[in-house]
Design a protein around this ligand. Structure first.
Ligand SMILES: O=P(O)(O)OC[C@@]1(O)O[C@H](CO)[C@@H](O)[C@@H]1O
Length: 406
């Protein structure tokens, strides 16, 4: 951790990540993961001929075509849901429309892909498919897996361990929960926990706990990532923080609509809370405590459109900045939040994390498994070891980090 961050490096000091290099991680995502996802979504729903046609058009566009704007036929009446962000995307896409998808910044191209997928399945339309989450079948199936039930059962044994050990275990469960990303599984053959080395490339855990001393009147903000197997341990960690007075209040920031396959929305959060409250033993007790915390506003869920924007957090709008500013510490979960926090650039991996996050309105902790090329804040020795390993340590989800900026 750095106490006195030096001036924030500007983005031009490191190349922005594009998707135009065959064989690169970003290229694979656009060339393989997105087409595979279209197929999965198509197979999961009894879509109409019009929706299939829209999915065909999108598939053709992302593989052979150039980036098209949102359909001009979409309603322009701002009271109609599909118009809510057209103007913004027209602005965000101005320099990318009419050019190959692979030439756009990776962060922009992924974000816009998800927006277009929602458009194709009429998520923002006015008809019967309005609000039908195309990723819901995958998220719901995950909640029913034996792995989730085993994880909930394991809480019974953990309940009798000393609070500090439990805190560490729950923090790590929340961290490694980030490996359970359904988008990641679209193309990863076997991303099983057994394949992971569980290696932390940076660990500022003690700094995190120092920022949340027990009995302080703290507010913790958590910017969530994936639903299900990630969100459940996030909620359990929040319960621990509230119960043990590390925080007096928690605000859980969620995506306002489906995004990056498994990103958590309010609906997903309600599903996870219901699973907890209906579980036996300690899991059930946690679920009921969380529900009580929501009823008394000690736990609040919020959404903001910026969480689905193709922009770094350095560009967050003032209203979100004001909201976040009340937090003692913000925990950002996952890979995408990390990319947006430090900027989606090929930084020198030893660039201090504190320098790149100086823009963020509160002290910040990133809990992330490594699933894309961005990395910062490594010490040279760790970097050398990782590079020598010859493994795909940046992108395979086998490594993780806890990085803190006070
Ligand atoms: O934010 P998350 O859920 O940890 O990860 C999202 C993610 O899997 O999606 C992208 C590929 O589609 C990657 O950049 C990133 O690793």
């Amino acid at each position: 951790m750095t106490d006195n961050p030096s001036p924030t490096p500007t983005p031009h000091q490191a190349p922005v990540i594009l998707s135009d290099e065959p064989g690169s991680f970003a290229h694979e995502v656009l060339a393989k993961r997105h087409p595979a996802l279209i197929q999965r979504v198509r197979d999961a729903f009894p879509y109409s001929r019009r929706q299939h046609k829209a999915l065909d058009t999108l598939l053709d566009e992302i593989t052979n075509g150039v980036v098209e704007p949102l359909a001009p036929s979409a309603p322009s009446d701002p009271s109609v849901p599909s118009a809510h962000d057209h103007e913004q995307w027209a602005e965000w896409g101005r320099e990318h429309f009419g050019r190959p998808w692979f030439d756009a910044p990776f962060l922009w191209a992924e974000s816009y892909f998800y927006r277009r997928l929602l458009e194709a399945v009429e998520y923002f339309g006015t008809g019967p498919w309005q609000g039908v989450d195309p990723f819901a079948p995958f998220k719901q199936a995950e909640l029913l897996t034996p792995a989730v039930h085993q994880e909930l059962q394991a809480l019974d044994a953990l309940a009798s361990t000393p609070a500090d050990q439990r805190a560490t275990a729950l923090l790590h469960a929340s961290l490694w929960g980030n490996r359970a990303d359904l988008g990641f599984r679209v193309t990863q053959a076997n991303p099983t926990p057994a394949a992971a080395t569980n290696a932390l490339v940076a660990n500022d855990e003690s700094a995190l706990w120092r920022l949340l001393p027990a009995t302080a009147d703290s507010t913790i903000a958590v910017i969530a990532d994936n639903a299900g197997r990630e969100l459940i341990p996030d909620l359990i960690l929040i319960d621990h923080l509230l119960t043990h007075r590390h925080a007096a209040r928690a605000i859980l920031h969620l995506k306002p609509h489906p995004y990056y396959v498994s990103d958590a929305t309010p609906t997903d959060t309600i599903d996870s809370l219901r699973l907890l409250t209906q579980a036996p033993g300690e899991a059930g007790a946690i679920g009921h405590r969380l529900q009580a915390a929501m009823a008394t506003d000690r736990l609040e869920i919020r959404t903001h459109p910026f969480f689905c924007a193709p922009l770094p957090y350095a560009n967050m709008p003032d209203d979100l900045r004001d909201q976040l500013s009340t937090a003692t510490l913000t925990i950002l979960k996952g890979d995408l939040n990390y990319r947006r926090l430090v900027g989606d650039h090929l930084w020198d991996p030893t660039t201090p994390f504190a320098d790149l996050t100086a823009h963020f309105p509160t002290p910040v902790a990133a809990l992330r498994t490594l699933k894309s090329d961005v990395i910062t804040g490594l010490d040279q020795k760790t970097l050398d070891t990782l590079e020598r390993s010859g493994s795909a340590w940046r992108t395979s989800g086998t490594h993780a980090l806890i990085q803190v900026r006070r």
